[in-house]
Design a binder for this molecule. Structure first.
Ligand code: ADP
Ligand code: 5GP
Length: 214
């Protein structure tokens, strides 16, 4: 039987610090065939971040001209910077049956759902177990100064308030448990009828076998 399938657009969102970068990494380690959508951003790279791997770091002018050229699947203004997902690599991967993983905010998630590829979207939102723990994780990550952390905390309710527009919502308390749930969701969603275009041929083949039965 044909095991061809369509690729999924897997969108992971959460307030900053709830764990989506960590879970994105774990999902990709589990299945390296999942392609990460490297976003473009106008924010400065953090220590350890690499251009082209973590983000495409662009000037504001370069970002705006790629939006004007229609090269972004979605784009948004977050924490005073522009972010966007380049369209080209996504369409290519989906057609080839590869899944693409997006780490985008709720605005990006909505735009991707409303795009022409919207029927292949799987969206997952991570909630923190508490606001206190969210703050603790932002501090323990050690990547931002106090002012940036305060900005991220202020924005977190805005992000959390969109929890109910996602297909799945996971409270990221125990990291291993959340990872296991995320993998189960991806495994099941890959088996949706709409993701398996080869099924029609298979059923036709079964039918012809029936008809050929003595
Ligand atoms: P985000 O990408 O949502 O901003 P990160 O993945 O960077 O968040 O996680 C923020 C911090 O919290 C990191 O230091 C990460 O190791 C830690 N973290 C993530 N998930 C958990 C969890 N379930 N329990 C404890 N710490 C976690
Ligand atoms: P950070 O600066 O911490 O990497 O990301 C800040 C926020 O921007 C996060 O909520 C992240 O999900 C979001 N983000 C990252 N890339 C994109 C993107 O391409 N589009 C949108 N809409 N949001 C993004």
């Amino acid at each position: 039987m044909s095991d061809t399938r369509r690729g999924l657009l897997i969108i992971l969102s959460s307030p900053s610090g709830a764990g989506k970068t960590t879970l994105t990494r774990r999902l990709r380690d589990w299945d390296p065939s999942i392609q990460f959508s490297v976003s473009a951003t106008t924010r400065a790279p953090r220590t350890g971040e690499e251009d082209g791997r973590d983000y495409h770091f662009l000037s504001e002018n370069a970002f705006k001209s790629s939006v004007t050229e229609g090269e972004m699947l979605e784009h948004a203004h977050v924490f005073g910077n522009f972010y966007g997902s380049p369209k080209g690599p996504v369409s290519e991967a989906i057609e080839a049956g590869r899944d693409v993983l997006f780490d985008v905010d709720w605005q990006g998630a909505q735009q991707i759902k409303n795009s022409s590829l919207g029927q292949h979207v799987l969206s997952v939102f991570f909630l923190p177990p508490s606001i206190k723990e969210l703050h603790r994780r932002l501090v323990s990550r050690g990547q931002d100064d106090a002012e940036t952390i305060a900005k991220r905390m202020l924005k977190s309710w805005d992000e959390i308030s969109h929890w109910d527009s996602y297909d799945y919502v996971l409270v990221n308390d125990d990291l291993d448990a959340t990872e296991a749930r995320l993998k189960s969701i991806v495994t099941a969603e890959r088996l949706r009828r709409s993701q398996q275009p080869g099924l029609l041929d298979h059923v036709r083949h079964l039918q012809s076998e029936f008809e050929d039965m003595p």
